[in-house]
Write a protein that binds this ligand. Sequence first.
Ligand SMILES: *Cc1c(COP(=O)(O)O)cnc(C)c1O
Length: 220
Amino acid sequence: MLADNYNQVSRQIREAAARSGRSPHGIKLIAVTKTVGPEKVREAIKLGITDFGENRVQEASEKVTGIREVKWHFIGHLQSNKAKDVLPHYTMIHSLDRFSLARTLQNCAERFNLEAKVLLQVNVSGEKSKFGLNPEAVSDFIDSLAGFDRLKLCGLMTMAPYVDDPEETRAFFRELRVLRDRSVRPGLELPELSMGMTNDFVVAVEEGATMVRIGSALFN
Ligand SMILES: *Cc1c(COP(=O)(O)O)cnc(C)c1O
């Protein structure tokens, strides 16, 4: 039952926040609806969920264009030629990982006359299967965005490796937070850390996540 799952996830977030001395209000639950249809999204809205995540432009399009009263987050790998389909419909893109995409987003944002809120995706674990900037490249990458006045860089995002014991993900989440702290500079606050999925969100919250992206724990 979605309601029971939601209650349980919310409680786990609250408890993890308390353990790390944080307010639960500083943590946004993004319900990842990539495996479910619009009727489940509506059920989630009735429970009070306000933010939803999708990782594929095409599959999400019916939900995202049909359900306008919530915030949609784009969390998957974004091909540059799809940027124009994503920007107008999503509140934030969590997966900026290369300069060419930044340039495309800047151009689209100019064209639509809007601001593109983005997170930098960082591959902290170094797994070959994962997208994201190398942690060492983040500082220069941020510098390279200076001329893109339509991009609002809000923070960092990562995906930890899938492991049986979520405790093993702690070092990766901590590294993202340290990287964020080091990347803050005058005029750039980077408040958001998008990290933690079903398997590891408790550890991510303990390590400072401000956004957790949860699918299976809610919808399975
Ligand atoms: C699918 C997905 C999630 C949610 O994964 P669950 O394990 O189902 O919670 C989070 N982030 C990204 C980028 C995803 O693609």
